[in-house]
Ligand binder design. Structure first.
Ligand code: MEV
Length: 437
């Protein structure tokens, strides 16, 4: 387990907690490249009282002050125009719908954040919102993302002298990086480009050598950029290694592009030491047993994937990377862990998550899908690194909500409440909930 996943220590007293009813005024920054000009002064907090009790129209009206006229129209239209769908994929015959919801209460690095989620599973949005509300009692989530480095892999076979090949590749480093940069001029113009070369001897006996080229992809997810670098540099690399070119493609395990989020919640705000102890016991179970860790991580991916789908991210790549990272030292482990730590202000439940999160704010669906652009507008156009941290926080919140329920009344009661609500929409007792009591 990496140091980052080790039991967290308490560094300082938590930031002052916003009171449960506070709705701080925030001015929304001007939205670059938005669907339209967003109003300047808007409702501003991710805490919206009684949101879950409102009708869809009332929720939209509540959101309207955040959005440009164009974004409001997209919201009202509720769906992807089939002409756009036809440009996005092949053999299109229609559009497939999912509910678009907002997870509330997220405060991430001090920023009020509504998290758009597209997901069919009941309770994910309510659970994440509830956990995010608890997190506010400790000042919300804090986090950081690594620089946006993606990695190309060039496979070289039948390399007779792998050690000599690695030395020759290393000696030609500057030439390789320059050649890679020439394949991605617009990325270089945006401040990105090839940064590092690394050679791995995978199997000396058969002569399988892989060269990695690490590329700064700025605001992009980066798959196309990295694939272009792999294809452009492969002939030079094969010549240097005296080997046969094999695959030239990115790895979906971007180990240099991790995101981290953490939270420190006063145990008193959580409902007392027994609740916190239950969450820690659940964490230890996942740390000790890969069979449990898989389900623990599935709960994390509930939040991550729901946001990824709403925001047009490649959730298959995120899934692949997350699970490979969970198993990076040969044993499948939880992506998030929980401990109780003492602080001057009392006991804190401390949670941390670390995972690769290759997300982009340009290219792909972010360019063409009006619903995705709407979701970005709701989030006030975060940078890729900020988005990664919010998604990590959404994963951590989903995990906390699941562990708290599992260690307490069990998951079924809450699930069934929401299921009833779906079947009996007028049933107010079912209270899906957005974290408000
Ligand atoms: C269900 O979608 C997710 C959970 O199974 C996660 C977990 O067990 O931690 C509840």
């Amino acid at each position: 387990m990496s140091a980052a996943l080790a039991a967290p220590s308490v560094s300082a007293a938590p930031a002052p907690a916003p009171t449960a009813t506070a709705t701080p005024a925030v001015t929304i920054a001007a939205a670059p490249a938005s669907l339209g000009a967003a109003p300047e002064q808007v409702a501003p907090t991710s805490r919206i009282a009684g949101f879950y009790r409102l009708s869809v129209d009332e929720r939209r009206a509540n959101l309207a002050s955040l959005l440009s006229v164009e974004a409001r129209a997209v919201l009202a239209r509720a769906g992807l125009p089939v002409e756009v769908a036809d440009r996005m994929s092949e053999n299109v015959v229609g559009c497939h719908g999912l509910p678009l919801s907002l997870a509330l209460n997220f405060l991430v690095n001090g920023r009020e954040t509504l998290v758009p989620m597209a997901i069919e599973e009941p309770s994910v949005v309510a659970a994440a919102s509830r956990a995010a509300l608890l997190a506010r009692a400790g000042g919300g989530f804090r986090g950081e993302a690594d620089p946006p480095i993606m990695t190309a892999q060039v496979q070289l076979d039948d390399v007779a002298d792998p050690v000599g090949a690695a030395a020759r590749v290393e000696a030609a480093r500057a030439e390789i990086l320059a050649l890679g940069d020439r394949a991605i001029p617009s990325m270089v113009a945006r401040g990105g480009g090839c940064r590092d070369v690394e050679t791995r001897v995978i199997d000396a006996d058969s002569g399988l050598v892989v060269v990695h080229i690490h590329v700064d992809v700025r605001e992009a997810m980066g798959a196309n950029v990295v694939d272009a670098v792999a294809e452009a540099t492969a002939p030079l690399l094969a010549g240097l290694a005296d080997g046969e070119i094999g695959l030239r493609i990115l790895t979906n395990l971007p180990l240099r592009r991790l995101a981290r989020a953490s939270v420190e919640i006063p145990v008193a705000a959580l409902g007392g030491p027994a609740v916190a102890a239950g969450v820690v016991r659940a964490s230890r179970f996942a740390e000790a047993d890969p069979m449990r860790a898989v389900t623990h991580n599935k709960g994390i991916m509930n939040g991550v994937d729901a946001a990824a789908v709403a925001l047009g991210q490649d959730w298959r790549a995120l899934e692949a990377g997350a699970h490979a990272y969970a198993a990076r030292d040969g044993v499948y482990r939880p992506l998030a862990t929980w401990r109780v730590a003492e602080s001057a202000g009392g006991a804190l439940l401390c949670g941390r998550i670390e995972m690769p999160l290759a997300v982009g704010t340009v290219g792909g669906a972010t360019q063409v899908h009006p619903g995705v652009r709407l979701a970005f507008e709701i989030m006030r156009w975060p940078r890729a690194g900020e988005l990664a941290v919010v998604m990590a926080a959404a994963g951590l919140a989903s995990n906390l909500a699941a562990l708290q329920a599992l260690a307490g009344e069990g998951i079924q009661r809450g699930h069934m409440r929401l299921h009833r609500r779906r079947c009996e929409p007028g049933d107010e007792t079912s209270g899906g909930g957005d974290g408000r009591r």
